[in-house]
Design a protein around this ligand. Structure first.
Ligand SMILES: Cc1cc2nc3c(=O)[nH]c(=O)nc-3n(C[C@H](O)[C@H](O)[C@H](O)COP(=O)(O)O)c2cc1C
Length: 194
């Protein structure tokens, strides 16, 4: 399987980056080819809403980095959206990317989608919006069948911070162990079949 991870945090090596990298490690261990796109390093604008792409065979009128990203999306079997929670949903950067996938509406039904997310507030009820937004986005081009959700528990401070503390503080080490459940999540990919 070709897996494309779209990283939509503004902090390249922040918590979402760590989560995405753990996912990638698990997917690679399971024999999948993985590529990661750092959205923050790309230059692309908002969707114009002109719908030209729906009348010209799927080309966007804007000449920016999105052209190259859309080629990667087309080539992938699995698309992984990785974003921290910003006011109960994904970042503006991720939203801008998703809007620009409009030219690909006719072909996205052939892909499997994953969402990797986390927030600063250790309460899973605050994840309701992003899970709903994810289901609605995927539901625009295919039937949304939720295969599974995993929750690694609360980490209220950046993982880096916990990592430093975990060297000599038992409670923090325990929390990091819980965060490692992410690794298990990435193994889900090994069971994907075409
Ligand atoms: C503008 C902004 C809005 C945020 N909104 C939420 C939120 O609604 N719920 C939450 O749990 N955390 C929220 N957070 C905290 C981040 O999700 C959290 O710090 C996360 O670990 C950041 O991930 P990163 O290291 O990949 O940037 C917000 C952070 C920022 C900067």
């Amino acid at each position: 399987m070709k897996v494309l991870v779209i990283h939509g945090s503004m902090r390249k090596n922040g918590n979402t980056g760590i989560l995405a990298d753990e996912f990638i490690r698990g997917a690679q261990d399971a024999g999948h080819g993985v590529e990661k796109v750092e959205l923050r390093d790309k230059k692309f604008g908002d969707c114009f809403g002109c719908r030209a792409c729906h009348n010209n065979g799927g080309s966007c009128v804007q000449q920016d980095d999105m052209a190259e990203i859309l080629e990667k999306v087309k080539a992938a079997d699995v698309i992984v959206l990785a974003s921290p929670l910003y006011y109960f949903t994904w970042t503006g950067l991720m939203k801008r990317f998703l809007d620009r996938t409009y030219p690909l509406l006719p072909i996205l039904q052939d892909k499997d989608f994953y969402l990797l997310t986390l927030g600063g507030v250790p309460d899973k009820k605050f994840m309701a919006n992003i899970l709903s937004d994810f289901a609605l986005y995927v539901g625009c081009f295919k039937e949304f069948n939720q295969v599974g959700v995993r929750n690694a528990g609360g980490l209220s401070a950046p993982v880096h911070w916990h990592r430093e503390l975990s060297a000599n503080r038992q409670p923090c080490r325990k929390r990091m162990k819980r965060a490692r459940i992410y690794k298990g999540e990435s193994r889900c990919l090994s069971s994907i079949r075409r």
